[in-house]
Design a protein around this ligand. Structure first.
Ligand code: ATR
Length: 277
């Protein structure tokens, strides 16, 4: 079945606040592709039926956001190994034969956001705050980037233990209250918890004094762009990498797969996205 349409979108519940339509439609316009990318609210119970209908509805593919990323993994026909490791997919590609391929481009997005800022963690220890779905993508990315050790700091120890059972000795666990120990000698601090989201006034609970001056600090939260954590890190002279980059870079391979063009990440695109934050 040859798919000549240029339809894509993001499925979530709720999904109205997704910034993905703004991002993909910017690129569609820039490259003169007559296509569309919409936010589509889908209740969890209806996800399977909707995904199965994508080929006949003329979709090239979709992105998935909360709460569909894990469930969709069980529905698609093919899964890339990286997505299997994360246990979640954020991108579906409708293949020419009408089957669905699931990928996880959050891993690429997290890694590329760091690489674009010349952050190299190869052979070095790094620290991850959180042990949820976003942490899993960050961990797979940091492992791919060759981090020597991924220190896990999570409020609920059991959740961190679960990740350690899966990823092994690469992941030493630190108690939430003992986070400064994990900060010592680390080359990167990555927040994957929602702490700091939509609360520019809220101060970050972390004292960064144990961080080496050379440590890079990154946050997957991008509303606000300058989270309390990033503000504190900036004030201490650390290099910071904000979370908007991850959102933009995770979209790059999806756009390429659906529309055949590798879209550029430019200051103009960033500015367009910042307007919507
Ligand atoms: P996601 O899949 O989007 O990463 P999640 O699975 O709910 O979301 O995970 C969120 C992570 O942020 C978890 O590690 C959670 O800690 P717990 O394992 O203790 O639940 C962490 N988190 C959320 N709110 C937090 C808070 N107020 N303080 C500390 N950690 C928090």
């Amino acid at each position: 079945m040859k798919n000549l349409s240029t339809k894509a979108g993001v499925l979530g519940w709720p999904v109205e606040h997704s910034l993905s339509p703004r991002l993909h439609n910017y690129w569609l316009k820039k490259y003169g592709i007559e296509g569309s990318y919409e936010a589509l609210p889908v209740e969890p119970e209806k996800l399977a039926a909707l995904l199965k209908a994508l080929p006949v509805q003329g979709f090239r593919g979709v992105n998935l956001t909360i709460p569909h990323k894990e469930m969709a993994l069980k529905i698609v026909d093919h899964i890339e190994p990286l997505a299997q490791q994360v246990g979640a997919i954020n991108t579906i590609i409708v293949r020419e034969d009408g089957s669905l391929e699931g990928r996880n481009t959050d891993v690429f997005g997290f890694a590329q956001n760091l690489r674009a800022q010349q952050v190299d963690v190869k052979g070095k220890p790094v620290t991850v705050l959180g042990a949820g779905g976003a942490a899993r993508a960050a961990i797979v990315a940091l492992r791919e980037m060759g981090a020597a050790e991924i220190r896990l700091v999570n409020r609920t120890r059991e959740k961190a233990e679960m990740l350690k059972r899966e990823f092994g000795d690469l992941l030493p666990i630190y108690e939430w209250a003992e986070y400064p120990k994990a900060f010592e000698g680390t080359s990167l601090l990555a927040n994957t918890t929602p702490l700091g989201m939509k609360s520019p006034e809220t101060k970050s609970p972390f004292d960064l004094s144990a961080l080496p001056k050379t440590a890079v600090v990154t946050d997957i939260v991008y509303t606000p762009l300058m989270t309390g954590l990033l503000k504190d890190a900036h004030a201490r002279g650390h290099k910071i990498v904000d979370g908007l980059g991850m959102l933009i870079y995770q979209a790059q391979p999806a756009f390429k797969a659906w529309f055949g063009i590798e879209p550029e990440v430019t200051p103009g695109l960033r500015a367009t996205m910042i307007e919507a934050l």
